[in-house]
Write a protein that binds this ligand. Structure first.
Ligand SMILES: Cc1cc2nc3c(=O)[nH]c(=O)nc-3n(C[C@H](O)[C@H](O)[C@H](O)COP(=O)(O)OP(=O)(O)OC[C@H]3O[C@@H](n4cnc5c(N)ncnc54)[C@H](O)[C@@H]3O)c2cc1C
Length: 372
């Protein structure tokens, strides 16, 4: 039987950030993940300035051995319409590869790693958790993404009953002849909104890696939309024609839409497990790392007494930071805008720069900074 002060299920950005913070405070932390790392994760791999700041990421160190693509502009438009190009004086975001990024964060966390093992059973005996019959711990932290077993165990229904974003993505290293045919600039990702504004597609280049994806917040099948999007890109000569097959799909919940139970005696959930991705942009890495730090703070303050009322500070801080979860009156884009103004506004350079990019995606109004 192994034991630890806290077991974190999931070694993504939420799990590794929480592990790092709790390890720093002197706790013996174990991270269990069903995957062996490095593992890939379905994601565009775009991180905003606040992620770099919150993670205290030293970009010069990181870029020495990992792909780090500075982003200094965007092209934005509606699929089928003209795009506007918005430029910035300095990098406003970075492209990373999740395969590298998540592994880097996890290896730096200082936690003991139990990789390649899935959580199969969760039992509670006399105030202690027993995981897979082999690990005992007083504190269980669910960071297992959208279908996290800890989130389920504490009473959350993961699918159905609420709106989710369904997305598909592919990332591949372009061969030299594909690079020649690729019209996407590495420092300028392109965003293409659906006509009904229920989702968007993206082309994000990280050096010679191309990440291409499409996400929507409704329940109709995604593939027809994705196929139309790819056909449109090819008709515009944006991409090499020999794109690889095999887009990977994933679903996740936007903040407020799933209204998840966040904690119970001896357990809490963070990141996608808690359904925290940002409305409108779908950004999930920032809320994952922020929630991890809030959780670590509440856990440290609880000083070993992990009853629900002692962990409540986590929920309070989450709500204070992200706002009280609202019923899903809106999704990636507010319904009213979607129906009437959206298409017109997305043809406006001013709207694309100040509302779509600076507001929804880069959140500059929330104190995010540009980076050098
Ligand atoms: C197509 C797509 C594009 C996206 N693009 C972006 C983007 O560009 N920028 C951004 O900020 N966000 C993006 N997101 C959202 C972002 O990927 C997530 O919000 C983020 O990964 C959440 O981090 P996490 O640590 O909570 O969960 P995850 O990164 O999902 O990590 C969960 C971990 O738990 C493990 N796990 C799951 N079940 C078990 C189990 N039973 N036992 C043990 N381990 C388990 C998994 O193996 C995984 O390693 C995108 C999402 C999608 C689907």
């Amino acid at each position: 039987m192994k034991s630890c002060d806290a077991l974190i299920v999931g070694g993504g950005p939420a799990g590794s950030t929480c592990a790092r913070q709790l390890s720093r405070s002197g706790l013996d932390i174990m991270v269990m993940d069903k995957a062996d790392f490095p593992r890939d994760k379905v994601c565009a791999g775009w991180i905003t300035p606040s992620v770099v700041k919150t993670l205290e990421l030293d970009l010069d160190t990181y870029r020495r051995e990992h792909v780090l693509q500075p982003i200094t502009g965007f092209k934005v438009g509606i699929i089928g319409n003209a795009q506007s190009e918005v430029r910035y004086q300095a990098p406003v975001s970075y492209g990373i590869r999740r395969l590298e990024f998540d592994d880097y964060l996890l290896r730096q966390s200082g936690a003991r790693l139990q990789l390649g093992e899935s959580v199969k059973s969760i039992q509670r005996q006399n105030g202690t958790w027993l995981i897979n019959g082999t690990i005992s711990t007083p504190l269980l932290i669910g960071a297992g993404g959208n279908a996290c077993p800890v989130a389920r165990h504490i009473g959350n229904k993961i699918s159905g009953g609420h709106l989710q974003v369904f997305a598909k993505e592919i990332e591949f290293l372009m061969a030299p002849q594909q690079v020649e045919k690729c019209a996407i600039r590495a420092d300028t990702p392109e965003l293409f909104f659906c006509r009904d504004l229920k989702g968007y597609g993206w082309c994000l280049r990280k050096g010679d890696y191309l990440n291409l994806g499409f996400g929507r917040e409704d329940t109709s099948p995604l593939s027809p939309h994705l196929n139309d999007f790819c056909s449109f890109l090819l008709s515009q000569d944006k991409l090499p024609t020999d794109l690889p097959q095999g887009f990977h799909g994933h679903a996740y919940a936007l903040y407020g839409h799933s209204q998840r139970q966040l904690l119970t005696d001896g357990a809490l959930i963070i990141g996608d497990a808690a359904g925290l991705a940002t409305e409108r942009s779908g950004e999930g890495i920032r809320p994952a790392v922020e929630s991890a730090l809030f959780a670590a703070q509440a856990i440290t303050a609880a000083a070993g007494d992990y009853r629900q009322q002692r962990l409540r500070a986590y929920e309070d801080q989450l709500f204070a930071h992200f706002g009280m979860p609202q019923p899903p009156a809106s999704g990636l884009v507010a319904d009213a805008i979607r129906r009437s103004l959206g298409r017109i506004l997305l043809n406006s350079l001013w709207f694309n720069r100040h509302i779509v990019l600076d507001g929804w995606f880069l959140r500059m109004d929330k104190g995010s900074e540009r980076m050098n």
